[in-house]
Design a binder for this molecule. Sequence first.
Ligand SMILES: Cc1cc2nc3c(=O)[nH]c(=O)nc-3n(C[C@H](O)[C@H](O)[C@H](O)COP(=O)(O)O)c2cc1C
Length: 183
Amino acid sequence: MSWIDHRPDDAAGAFEAMAAATTGSVDAATFREAMSRLGAAVHVVTTDGPGGKGGFTATAVCALSDAPAMLLVCLNRRSRSTGPFHANGVFCVNTLRAGEETIANAFARRTADTAQERFTVGEWTTLSTGSPVLASAVVALDCRIVEVKSVATHNVFIAAIEAVRLGDAGPALVYHDRAYKRV
Ligand SMILES: Cc1cc2nc3c(=O)[nH]c(=O)nc-3n(C[C@H](O)[C@H](O)[C@H](O)COP(=O)(O)O)c2cc1C
């Protein structure tokens, strides 16, 4: 049975477009400045499988549902991760620990280019899906993609969480006002 068959009875009207995506009148610079005021946890989202290994730094990760446990991740379609994520159908959200800027910069293509170079930073293992799990992560959420929505420049990956690895308690890395901070 596919995820579509599980759509809840109270979801009537939930799959209709409400307005054309082009109706927004806020320019990109203003939007980026506005978003810089929002503090957000920094994650490295990884994948592995027939489509190859990939990973990128992300703040656009959001809890969706706790029963079933689900989350969403937004990925720019021009990212080199797009191909591997589609082909593998799985990913792991690794929430970075305070002080792990080196890993964040590698997976944001600031200090490492290829996937092979990126995974030389940090210690990696696996959980359920085979996606790379960062051993030092505050938490790792191993996910299977159930739906992909293409919105504006990004793909929204909606995923079911198959396994969770809770790391040692401690401060996490956050991005706020265009700088890394700790919470
Ligand atoms: C703090 C931070 C947060 C980011 N969040 C996202 C995000 O949520 N989604 C996204 O597509 N890119 C995000 N990026 C940009 C990607 O990490 C970057 O574009 C990507 O790794 C580019 O390399 P690639 O195309 O070779 O993978 C973020 C970058 C940084 C530094």
